[in-house]
Design a protein around this ligand. Structure first.
Ligand code: F6P
Length: 535
């Protein structure tokens, strides 16, 4: 392994000066050769500096992934630090068995899905209703993996929303509760408290606040609450009727949980049939990931391009740029999925990572991003590998010209990043403007684009429940492959613990009591805040 990493680094050093366009010049078939097609999706990774030798070395790096992939699919406890399996794939599987400790988990998964479908149908039909009649609104209270998945997916699948309106309350900032509840009728609002642990302070604080809000107008607010959790005793303590509680097991990580009960709000919004299509898309991606050879495997190739850019080329971030307004929360969703999974400092056996962990992931939908941060992508000193996503078809009748413009912009941006503009070309432009001499040189310099900036482009036929399922599962598997190659545990998240502990120590200090051993800066900030608060 170490040798492969060294060979990759040496190969990169030897070829760093060669422009990506030279690879196209040398191989007219590059665009087709450097693409992966699967189940209607098309991933083009040709606009990267990966050549045949780099590809060979990267594929060799991935050789060990198959064994770990099978360990995941077969329910082994691959999340070693927590002693758990990582079986989100079971949430969308039809056929088993998939066993954890010798017992098949699928009957339980399917029974819960059936209960969710029955509940969703009853709510949507008005057979389960609030004190004021049929539910008009659903508030999902949750954070992180108990929020981002359904929140992202409900925006993405807006054309299929034919149930109650969905709202997502996550932040402990009281502004979130205030703004979410504004305009809602407590008598026709269903509340879902989604928390794997049912202890997360933001979620439990918001749940208490919303229960008080509802109690002001509803005699028995607990009857308008449902819960999604692995901690069934705690949901009972909260007073939620067990018929409205949907459990899942500890082998589903929070950021991988949208496929099961955490997706209940989504199912209420789009209906069980559309939710099943979402599951089918995820399942199709699982089948592809499990069967396709490494070089023809979407998740593997996306991961290898990621490894090449971050661990080999040293580009610190990657931008996710969906040219789809309804995917506007996808970057936030991927930030948790990728950075909570692969932002680790040690390998599985506790040794310091010999190379960088996963990169910083960020992004915004196009074309909006073009009018914000693309300036830096084109001319800034940092090279940011970009991941473009665009659909061939839009869902808007009569607005196909919008979709063509969207696609044209997406392709133009990746083309511009690749090609750039030389000083000679810039000089021609300013000469045509009538400029001469030093002024022309100066103006031309501002119009130079270095180019040679890498990107991938993922084409989807249209944004539907099925293709969204494919997309989400694709990114899950990409994260898995990157983690497996780096030798890290992608399924724990110890890095979120310290801040949570310290919040518990700062609160008493803020309330005028004694805190723990905070640093001088924190104590001074607390004192200043207390002064500003008039305390
Ligand atoms: O931020 C840490 C984390 O544990 C995430 O992994 C998780 O998605 C989120 O908090 C919410 O946790 P829970 O579902 O237990 O409330």
């Amino acid at each position: 392994m170490t040798e492969l990493w060294q060979q990759l680094a040496a190969h990169r050093a030897a070829t760093a000066a060669r422009p990506i366009t030279a690879l196209f010049d040398a191989d007219p078939q590059r665009a087709r050769r450097c693409a992966v097609a699967a189940d209607g999706l098309w991933l083009d990774w040709s606009k990267t500096a990966i050549d045949a030798r780099a590809l060979g070395l990267l594929l060799a790096l991935a050789a060990g992934v198959s064994a770990r992939r099978e360990a995941m699919f077969s329910g082994e406890r691959i999340n070693e630090t927590e002693g758990r399996a990582a079986l989100h794939v079971a949430l969308r599987a039809l056929d088993g068995p998939i066993e954890v400790d010798g017992s098949d988990v699928l009957p339980g998964v399917h029974a819960t899905l059936d209960r969710m479908r029955d509940f969703a149908r009853a709510v949507r039909a008005g057979r389960i209703a609030g004190q004021g009649g049929r539910y008009t609104d659903v508030v999902n209270i949750g954070i992180g993996g108990s929020d981002l998945g359904p929140a992202m997916a409900s925006l993405a699948l807006a054309p299929w929303a034919d149930g109650p309106r969905l709202h997502f309350l996550s932040n402990v900032d009281g502004a979130d509760a205030t703004d979410t509840l504004r305009g809602l009728d407590p008598e026709t609002t269903l509340v879902i408290v989604a928390s794997k642990t049912f202890t997360t302070v933001e979620t439990m604080t918001n749940a208490d606040t919303v229960r008080r809000w509802m109690a002001a107008s509803v005699a028995r607010p607990e009857l308008q609450f449902a819960a999604v959790s692995t901690a069934l005793a705690r949901t009972a303590d909260f007073g939620i009727d067990r018929r409205a509680v949907f459990g899942f097991e500890d082998w589903v990580g929070g950021r991988f949980s949208v496929w099961g009960p955490v997706g209940l709000s989504l199912m209420l919004g789009i209906g069980p049939d559309r939710f099943d299509e979402f599951l089918a898309g995820g399942r199709a991606m699982d089948a592809h990931f499990r069967a396709a050879p490494l070089a023809e495997n979407l998740a593997v190739m996306l991961a290898l391009v990621g490894i090449w850019h971050h661990q080999i080329c040293g580009y610190p971030t990657r931008a996710v740029l969906p040219y789809a307004q309804r995917l506007r929360r996808l970057p936030a969703y991927l930030q948790q999925l990728e950075m909570e999974s692969n932002g680790k400092g040690v390998t599985m056996d506790g040794q310091a990572l010999a190379r960088p962990s996963g990169p910083i992931v960020w992004g915004e939908p196009g074309t909006n991003g073009q009018h914000a941060f693309f300036q830096l992508l084109h001319q800034g000193s940092a090279v940011v590998p970009c991941e473009f996503i665009v659909a061939a078809r839009g869902e808007e009748p009569g607005l196909d010209h919008h979709q063509r413009l969207l696609i044209a912009n997406c392709l133009a941006q990746s083309g511009a990043l690749l090609r750039g503009r030389s000083m000679e070309e810039a000089r021609e432009i300013v000469a045509a403007m009538g400029l001469t001499g030093p002024e022309a040189e100066c103006q031309a310099a501002h119009r130079v684009f270095p180019g040679n900036r890498p990107s991938t482009t993922l084409l989807i036929p249209a944004l539907t429940p099925y293709t969204l399922g494919q997309l989400v599962a694709l990114y899950e598997h990409r994260v898995f492959v990157e983690g497996a190659i780096l030798g890290i545990n992608s399924f724990d998240q110890w890095g979120v613990e310290l801040g949570k502990e310290l919040a518990g120590e700062v609160l008493p200090l803020l309330e005028g009591g004694e805190g723990g051993g905070q640093d001088g800066s924190t104590r001074a900030l607390v004192a200043e805040l207390r002064r500003m608060r008039g305390e």
